[in-house]
Design a protein around this ligand. Structure first.
Ligand SMILES: Nc1nc2c(ncn2[C@@H]2O[C@H](COP(=O)(O)OP(=O)(O)OP(=O)(O)O)[C@@H](O)[C@H]2O)c(=O)[nH]1
Ligand SMILES: [Mg+2]
Length: 195
């Protein structure tokens, strides 16, 4: 659920970038931070996790306008994909208004993508939630690398609900802002419908 401040007429909403370790979640946030005008984004903050201070949670607030007349900030969050950070990932998902699943397109990470998506479903189930009704999009990242599985194959394995999906590379910038726009649009219409 978003947090709504009626007095200040503002809404704070959370979008979680989820995916296997090293799929490029943090690089998405860095690219967004580097390519949005300062009026549309705040500071990119990186916090060490308790489980392992070498692993980080990243948070970047972005703003694009109003929803139901309230200034809205989307807090983009990414947690580490490594096994030992499971609790961190689970906590981040709590109250998420939208999700970007960042898959790693390399053939060697095929299983890791599927496992991570399954883990995402299980974590949501622990909060009594299902993935399908939550606004979400899928990104097939690292398209600049040579050993990529085709988008069609990745789609068949990962995009089971037919949501918007994007071929991307945080190295070249391909698809990164498109992914963000799609999830913000989807979360925005969901909030308008529910509020
Ligand atoms: N070639 C290439 N490398 C990428 C791309 N995206 C990320 N990387 C590299 O992959 C590594 C991991 O990127 P991160 O953004 O830290 O990945 P992450 O998903 O945040 O990783 P964790 O937080 O540890 O789960 C880094 O070395 C990045 O430079 C991409 O599109 N292309
Ligand atoms: Mg990261």
């Amino acid at each position: 659920m978003p947090s709504i401040d009626v007095k200040k007429r503002r809404i704070d909403s959370k979008i979680v970038y989820y995916g296997p370790g090293q799929s490029g979640k943090t690089e998405n946030l860095k690219h967004i931070h580097g390519h949005l005008d300062a009026e549309h984004r705040g500071r990119l903050v990186s916090l060490p996790t308790k489980a392992d201070p070498s692993l980080h949670i990243d948070v970047l607030p972005v703003r694009f306008g109003k929803i139901i007349g309230f200034h809205t900030t989307f807090h983009l969050c990414s947690g580490p994909g490594q096994a030992l950070a499971l609790n961190t990932r689970k906590l981040l998902l709590r109250d998420a208004d939208g999700i970007v699943f960042v898959a790693d397109s390399r053939a060697s990470r095929r299983e890791a993508n599927i496992d991570s998506l399954q883990e995402l479903r299980e974590n949501l189930e622990e909060y009594g939630l299902q993935l399908a009704p939550i606004p979400h999009v899928i990104q097939y990242n690292k398209r600049d690398l040579a050993d990529c599985v085709s988008v069609g194959e990745l789609r068949a394995e990962l995009n089971l609900h037919g949501v918007p999906d994007f071929a991307a590379s945080t190295a070249t910038g391909q698809g990164v802002l498109e992914t963000l726009r799609a999830v913000v649009r989807s979360v925005g219409s969901d909030l308008e419908r529910r509020l």
